[in-house]
Design a protein around this ligand. Structure first.
Ligand SMILES: [Cu+2]
Length: 468
């Protein structure tokens, strides 16, 4: 009784549970996250084991020609790993490449030791070597995996795959389709241009290719029936290219961004799918389409649109089942987050120097927090709400990606932004300032980097530490 009374009084006075001091605004924001995402994994005991080998391969990817690539299990994209929430993923990985490598599980909240960052969370896997990754994802959603060693070369050569963690009870879509977007820079012999991290790529927005593929093809077609309701998962696996996909004649709703469901579905509109980003779309095919074949076109640069794929609607299928689009119970609004002082500001710019003649830096430091590059510039306490600011002092694009945590975009150029979703990657435009809010939940040394892989390779990756 006395305890109940105390709890009641504490609530009235705005006191933190168990403590006697008033709850700080940041503590209140941290508390808003409770129950919105899982704090820890809940393994059911089911272990799903996959063998993955990275090796050179020759594949008929573009115009039927034999393209020499590096591939996971001889495929580009690599094998689709599909498990259920609660399953434990075990990947027995072997490196048959001529270079060391690792696998990073992009967007998955893994134990730090499974994060695939060379010399930080594990030694690189040498040619001929192997490593077993094992973890239980905390979240259902669309994730992906790729090397974190020389990724500007290894991802470009074809090393990436999709990891889908299904809900315990997946929503009853007629079909669940994955489109992996990538672009390839081919030389005049129609092979992967084998100079990487060129001054041009470093000074601009990374390496942009001359062939855009969806699932490794230039002629991807989604054959559907009128009335069908499809879940379409998009992933941008490009080194640098950003896509703004437009679905003429269709009305896609976004149900998940970077894996996690939204608070509520929103129309696709113009969404800038930067390298690393994922989008899950809920699309009901029209029963009477304006045209049988509907083009999906990237309009990021409206003057240079790219045809991505076609949706071909033939006849009518079973009527779309009626069910509410999946959504999260809630995504904290963190609307008062901008009233809390910035925890740390990072200024982003390039300068002469480094292995490539140009390096990209956070606060003037390349590879901050890595061995021989100074201590981590950011140390956070587990469970505390923080606000980070990124100031782009350059004219280039920078998709900022954090390992080990989701975040919410709070503002662009000081103007509040209310996205009803979390992200793990957000695009910064030329000379733009962004503010993000987050609560780190997993201790360890985590990477924060630009997902334009050439920028990362030239220094735009730093380590931050989460204690506790
Ligand atoms: Cu960048």
């Amino acid at each position: 009784m006395l305890q109940l009374l105390f709890v009641g009084l504490a609530a009235l006075a705005g006191l933190a549970g168990g403590g006697c001091r008033p709850e700080s605004p940041a503590a209140r924001l941290a508390r808003e996250l409770k129950g919105a995402i899982a704090e820890r994994a809940k393994p059911t005991g089911t272990v799903r084991t996959f063998d993955i080998e990275a090796a050179p391969a020759e594949l008929p990817l573009i115009e039927g020609g034999k393209l020499r690539v590096w591939a996971y299990n001889g495929r580009v994209p690599g094998p689709e790993l599909r498990i259920r929430l609660g399953d434990t993923l075990r990947v027995r990985f072997t490196n048959r490449l001529p270079q060391p490598t690792t696998i990073h599980w992009h967007g998955v909240r893994v134990p730090n030791a499974m994060d695939g960052v060379p010399h930080v969370t594990q030694p690189p896997v040498e040619p001929g070597g192997s490593f077993t990754y094992e973890f239980t994802p905390k979240d259902a959603g669309t994730f992906w995996f790729h090397p974190h060693v020389r990724s500007s070369e290894q991802v470009e050569r074809g090393l990436y795959g999709v990891l889908i963690v299904e809900d315990p009870t997946p929503p009853p879509y007629a079909r669940d389709v994955v489109w992996v977007l990538d672009d390839w820079l081919l030389d005049e012999t129609r092979q992967v241009f084998d100079r990487f991290n060129t001054p041009h790529d470093l000074m601009h927005d990374g390496r942009w290719g001359n062939f855009v593929t969806v699932n490794g093809r230039t002629d991807t077609t989604l054959a559907a029936r009128g009335g069908e309701r499809i879940r379409l998962r998009l992933l941008n696996a490009s080194n640098g290219r950003i896509y703004a996909p437009e679905f003429a004649g269709l009305d896609p709703q976004i149900i998940a961004v970077d894996g996690l469901y939204l608070a509520r579905p929103i129309p696709l509109g113009r969404f800038e799918l930067a390298p690393g980003n994922r989008l899950d779309l809920d699309i009901t095919m029209p029963a009477a389409p304006a045209s049988r074949s509907l083009a999906v076109v990237d309009q990021f640069y409206a003057e240079r649109p790219n045809h991505l794929a076609d949706v071909v609607i033939d006849g009518t299928g079973p009527r779309a089942p009626s069910f509410a689009s999946p959504a999260r119970a809630r995504v904290p609004s963190w609307s008062t987050g901008l009233q809390i002082p910035v925890t740390k500001e990072f200024r982003i710019d390039a300068r002469r120097g480094g292995d490539y003649g140009i390096e990209w830096t956070f606060n003037g430091v390349a590879f901050a927090g890595h061995e021989h590059h100074g201590p981590p510039m950011l140390t956070l306490e587990r469970g505390g709400w923080v606000r980070l600011r990124f100031v782009n002092d350059s004219f280039r694009l920078h998709p900022i990606h954090l390992h080990g945590t989701f975040f919410r975009l709070l503002a662009r150029n000081g103007v509040p932004v209310d996205e009803p979703f979390f992200r793990d990657t957000v695009l910064m435009h030329s000379k733009e300032t962004i503010d993000i809010g987050l609560v780190p939940l997993d201790a360890g040394k985590w990477m924060m980097h630009c997902h334009i892989l050439e920028h990362a390779e030239a220094g735009m990756m730093m380590l931050f530490e989460v204690r506790g």
